[in-house]
Write a protein that binds this ligand. Structure first.
Ligand code: ATP
Length: 298
């Protein structure tokens, strides 16, 4: 096998409950992840040294994505080879459609895709349990990018359990030209009054019954006040998105990407046209979709 391509999805958080910062600097999370149909593709090819190549898909700004060992895909490669005690390298090509620093865990998706792609390329047969453990070491959102679907994340978000989701949900995804640093959003969160600790029972019930109206009402993101404090300009986009007539507007993860929950695909497409006319970038995506999976058998 000369090369392997693995596709990994962006994530959104239908519920992001954040607790007060722990002694180790992390915040305890109770979150409901959903993988949506916006993907990065990672292609790996055996090589004499590690190298990273990034291609922008659909107008994504990739100027801030590292092309060296700072890219999380190289961390993933080094972790996997160390785990198996092998000394091999690969050329890693990332075709990036997930907005960078957009709160959709694009880097985590790439890391998960790299683990799976290298495992296949070298026929390492890493167990699912070991892949999940390596993923958790790479970042809190990486295990979910492996698993996909709709799942509850606890701990730092790295403990992932699948949940029942009877729906297929349509999202308007509105990225922002300027990224937001996740650590900066958490620091702003620490300076604000802490939210009540709520559990995601309502979101879980809405998903189980495929109930759009209850879901729209129950969506929650505790990082939203912090992200809006850092980026007041997001309020304008938020209001505009609300006025299109979506069921509910939600910040994606730590932002700045905004999401609109739409009742139907047709409506989402129509609303997207309106946003494009107003000069915004917007995509239509659905969820849940599969986690990191192989798409070519070259
Ligand atoms: P999260 O919500 O998990 O913080 P995010 O979607 O907000 O993720 P990412 O797109 O994952 O943010 O990237 C955050 C930063 O990580 C980027 O600004 C970039 O400098 C660095 N980075 C390292 N590797 C990658 C990669 N493969 N893709 C994107 N960014 C990467």
């Amino acid at each position: 096998m000369d090369s392997v391509t693995v596709r990994a999805p962006a994530k959104i958080n239908l519920f992001l409950g954040v607790g007060p910062v722990r002694d180790d600097g992390f915040h305890p999370l109770d979150t409901i992840y959903q993988a949506i149909s916006l993907y990065d593709d990672v292609t790996v090819t055996e090589a004499d040294a590690w190298s990273v190549h990034v291609e922008a898909i659909g107008g994504v700004d990739v100027s801030e994505v590292p092309r060296d060992e700072h890219n999380i895909v190289v961390h993933a490669g080094l972790l996997l080879t160390a785990h198996h005690g092998i000394d091999r390298c690969a050329r890693i090509e990332v075709a990036k459609a997930i907005p960078v620093a957009g709160g959709m865990a694009g880097g985590s998706a790439d890391a998960a895709a790299t683990l799976v792609a290298l495992d296949r390329l070298w026929d390492l047969r890493t167990t699912d349990e070991d892949l999940l453990a390596l993923a958790a070491r790479l970042g809190s959102d990486v295990p979910f990018a492996l698993v996909g679907g709709t799942a509850r994340g606890t701990g730092r978000g790295e403990i992932v359990d699948a949940v029942t989701d009877a729906g297929s949900w349509w999202w308007l995804v509105v990225p922002n030209a300027e990224g937001l640093s996740t650590p900066a959003v958490y620091r702003a969160f620490d300076d604000l009054p802490q939210p009540d600790s709520l559990d995601p029972a309502e979101v879980l019930a809405a998903l189980e019954h495929g109930d759009l109206i209850t879901l729209a009402d129950a969506l929650r993101n505790d990082l939203e006040p912090a992200a809006l404090a850092l980026r007041p300009d997001l309020r304008t986009t938020r209001t505009l998105l609300e006025e299109t007539g979506v069921m509910r507007v939600l910040l994606s993860g730590s932002g700045p990407t905004l999401l609109g929950l739409s009742g139907t695909h047709e409506l989402a497409l129509r609303l997207r046209e309106r946003l494009l006319d107003d000069g915004y970038q917007a995509w239509v995506a659905h969820g849940p979709v599969a986690g990191a999976h192989e798409v070519s058998y070259a």
